[in-house]
Design a protein around this ligand. Structure first.
Ligand code: IVH
Length: 691
């Protein structure tokens, strides 16, 4: 084999191999794990080097090289896919036209190089590069029929139900050819992103690093009400299909706008490099005032015939290029690492930085996530670290300066010593534990560690839990320090005089707080369960659990197997629930809360709606189940049909609405269905129907 490559030296071959490996890995970490390891720029530089090497040595061609395919946006999303890890929730759709990405550039010089390769006097359309997720909207006979994510560029997920929550996307359209596609970007506006992260912070759920990740997580939810609540938006920038109107990209976008599609107003036709430069300079500042995230500018050849002549490379069109805004990044000194203890005892290391100005705000603290993160970057107090604030609202530490650099050589406080995570809780001194497979160290002193005690009370009174007005963070801290509040049950023993005697509190505020406490006794069982603060039992999970277990007695005696059978409840959540109820202190607290009169069971009204169908999506339909299935058992499908108002019948007849067809469907049934023209619906399509 080796002799075949006589014109390539071993070093270059090695470089190709290792670049491919590195880029593959970076793609995986970016798209799949959602943990970028290379900056966009580094990634592009390495990709270019690999392209150059492959070009110089065509004998090294490999269809599997990262230069030959675009990355994937199909991320594992066990929490969100709604199938409890049991399978795929969305229909996979093969794109009618592959969804390509764009070549990136970072300077005017690079743009000039690109322009030189184009015909003379070419018109260029400049657009904003929206930083969300690409989506392809299919319009057939005037109706929105599919909304497909990019996926791996060849096939993606049909997320139409979630897309339908976006009010600016037309569901029907009176114009245009019979079949066409509109492509664009789905985004979560900054304000909604910030609100969502605030809620997640309150509930100690992991924060989304940026609106793009939040939009991605949202698009893959099965709960459309939640998607709607989060408030996605969309901008479209590309029309595809046969017999489309107009000769230029710009005209086509304006037509699309007239048809009612959401097209950005920032689209502009430019004729010279200077005009392009002005556009870039203007938007690099002005984008900070936009309601959605952008990460650059896209330049496209305006004339569609010229576009066609220029054509495509394997991954990108030659008629378009992206210019990426530089991410704001600065070096600063890490003064100290401190540790924050959360409500569930998770210890988060925090970087305390020499203050720096980044994207208009002063940054002096940034999360260091966990021990593994600190070790992977080998960060120690005294080091100079790179802090970046790109699309991210939360500043990130993205690297460390070389300790041998003149600037940082003398600065490392513990030169030569590896960083070590503390052994004991910084708040209460209890030895920390780290559960195998988890990244976080945790303080196990749930009932004696002050931030855990206060955090649990804060969670309990929060808006989505017991919603006790007036008991804010400061008041809880005050009452805790006075020895009046040690756990959530103490809230119900508070007396007006306890509160009114505090500084800055009077009779009126005491009355308000007590009224809030009294009102919380009517809060329904699902929210009470959420308020207890069992690890990983969020609002939605609590709702699902209480539907299955209408009272705390029923829940307490549930077996692990029964619990894991609940949608979205995995083994970890089950373990947490069982451990919670086994703890004697928790048992005492619950007994006191019951005594106080909280709702530990569903009300009559809630119970009566339980038996009602989940929806009427299958109302009046007779459905035959045939074959074997991957994601649910036949019994589960039967239950689902009934829960949505349908009827499960045994044999195929004229009256059958459709057949839920799995693998190896019975030949008799298949024949009969064909004769009677009864549609077969696949497992995925069926789940999609109900989602
Ligand atoms: S055009 C064939 N225009 O950027 C070219 N893309 O890095 C189709 N994007 O996958 C893309 N804003 O998700 C185009 N105004 C814009 C864009 C845009 C954002 C995204 C798109 C694409 C990615 C490429």
């Amino acid at each position: 084999m080796m002799d075949l490559f006589s014109d390539i030296d071993a070093e270059e071959r090695q470089e190709i191999v290792s670049l491919r490996k590195e880029l593959e890995e970076a793609n995986y970490k970016y798209y799949v794990l959602n943990m970028p390891t290379l900056s966009d720029r580094e990634f592009d530089e390495k990709m270019r080097r690999l392209q150059d090497l492959e070009k110089a040595h065509p004998e090294m061609e490999d269809k599997n090289s990262p230069t030959q395919h675009v990355g994937s946006d199909l991320r594992p999303n066990a929490q969100n896919n709604g199938t409890g890890g049991k399978g795929k929730a969305f229909e996979t759709v093969i794109h009618r036209y592959p969804m390509l990405s764009l070549a990136n550039s970072y300077s005017l010089d690079e743009i000039q190089d690109w322009l030189r390769k184009l015909p003379q006097n070419v018109e260029i359309v400049c657009e904003l590069k929206f930083d969300g997720l690409s989506i392809s909207l299919w319009y057939d006979e005037g109706r929105l029929t599919k909304a497909v994510t990019r996926g791996d560029g060849q096939k993606g997920d049909n997320v139409i139900n979630n897309i339908r929550t976006i009010p600016t996307i037309p569901q029907t359209i009176d114009h245009g050819p019979a079949h066409f596609e509109m492509r664009g970007e789905v985004l979560l506006p900054w304000s909604n992103f910030e609100r969502l992260n605030k809620e997640r912070e309150e509930q100690e759920e992991p924060l989304f690093a940026n609106p793009r990740n939040a939009a991605s997580g949202t698009l893959k939810l099965l709960d459309t009400d939640e998607v709607k609540r989060r408030g996605l938006t969309c901008f479209l920038y590309y029309m595809l299909g046969e017999d489309l109107p107009g000769d230029t990209h710009f005209d086509r976008l304006q037509t699309a706008k007239a048809w009612g599609f959401p097209i950005s107003d920032a689209v502009k036709v430019c004729h010279t490099l200077d005009e392009v430069n002005d556009y870039i300079r203007y938007w690099d500042t002005e984008r900070k005032n936009l309601p959605v995230a952008t990460d650059g500018i896209v330049l496209k050849v305006n004339n569609l015939e010229q576009q066609q002549q220029l054509g495509y490379t394997a991954k990108t069109p030659r008629w378009a290029i992206a210019y990426k805004f530089p991410a704001e990044k600065q070096l600063t000194r890490l003064k100290q690492i401190t540790y924050q203890v959360g409500r569930t005892g998770v210890i988060t290391p925090v970087a305390n930085l020499e203050p720096i100005q980044l994207s208009g705000t002063i940054v002096q603290r940034a999360t260091l996530h966990n021990e593994d993160f600190i070790r992977s970057l080998d960060i120690r107090p005294g080091d100079y670290v790179w802090v970046e604030k790109g699309g991210e609202i939360i500043p990130k530490i993205v690297g460390r300066a070389d300790r041998n650099d003149e600037m940082s050589a003398t600065s490392s406080l513990n030169d030569g010593m590896m960083y070590s995570f503390p052994d004991v809780c910084p708040e209460c001194g209890t030895p920390l534990i780290r559960v195998e497979g988890e990244a976080a160290w945790r303080c196990p002193n749930e009932t004696g560690c002050p931030p855990q005690i206060k955090g649990k009370i804060e969670h309990f009174v929060s808006r989505k839990a017991m919603n006790i007005d007036g008991l804010g963070e400061e008041t809880i801290d005050l009452l805790y320090r006075q020895g009046l509040l040690h756990n959530i049950a103490d809230i119900y023993d508070l007396k007006a005089s306890d509160i009114a005697s505090q500084e800055r509190f009077g009779d009126k505020s005491a009355d308000n707080i007590l009224a809030g406490i009294e009102a919380s006794k009517q809060v329904p069982w699902a929210r009470v369960l959420f308020a207890l603060g069992i690890r990983m039992v969020g609002e939605t999970t609590a709702k699902k659990i209480t539907k299955r277990y209408p009272s705390i007695e029923a829940l307490r005696s549930a077996t692990k197997d029964e619990l894991t059978a609940i949608e979205d409840v995995g083994t970890q959540i089950t373990e947490n629930i069982v451990a919670y109820f086994a703890n004697e202190q928790n048992q005492r607290i619950i007994a006191r809360l019951q005594q106080a009169g909280l709702q530990f069971e569903l009300s009559e009204e809630e119970r009566s709606t339980l038996d009602a169908p989940l929806s009427t999506k299958l109302q009046g339909q007779s459905i035959v189940i045939s074959g074997t299935f991957e994601q649910h058992s036949r019994d589960e499908y039967k239950a689902m049909i009934e829960a949505h108002g349908g009827k499960n019948v045994g044999s195929v007849s004229k009256k059958t609405s459709f057949i839920l067809a799995g693998d190896n469907m019975g030949p008799e049934k298949r024949k009969k269905a064909e004769e009677l023209g009864i549609p077969l619906v696949t497992e995925n399509a069926f789940l999609q129907m109900l989602s």
